[in-house]
Design a protein around this ligand. Sequence first.
Ligand SMILES: [Fe+2]
Length: 196
Amino acid sequence: MSSNKSVVLGSAPQVDLSPLLAQVTVPADVAEAAQSQLVEVFREGIATLPHPLCTASIWLACKEAWPHTDDDFEGLHFINLAIQAHHSFTQALPGGLIGEVAVRPGTLFHTNPLCLHWLSPSDQVRNGLAPATGYIGLQWEVPFHEAEERFNWLVAELGKHALFASLYQDERPVFVTPEGDYSGAAPGHGIASAAA
Ligand SMILES: [Fe+2]
């Protein structure tokens, strides 16, 4: 895989959402899970987060995530917002490409669960130039046929809280059609009944 080319998969990491993130209270269980070798998910406290964070599906916390796929989520797409992070997210893409994005607080990125993906500490952390930081983020689990629309909606809503007016304008996300034979909507996410 060393010959693979890279593409940008998420937002510019320098986007400053600190005014919004300062309003986020991370539950103790989530904060503790950021030191776990396992990827742990939680739902507590999401409903009381400020808009649009209160629309997230889950908290996601881990120290790192080794390369894997999430085959049980076929038909869905993950959109992630980093709350606490000093990481690099990478996803294998068709055509011998590797998508990667530096993940810092406020970074918005997305994942095709059927593509190999992983989350590793940043080069700065691995080289001792930054303190080790567990990952804490919010994840939206959306039907893949709505993923780009939902991503754009989040960009617009988060943009209302950003210190930079040019939020995500320079680096647009790359969306990848899920691999495999499955081409329908996810269970419980029928196209006809999909929420706006
Ligand atoms: Fe995953």
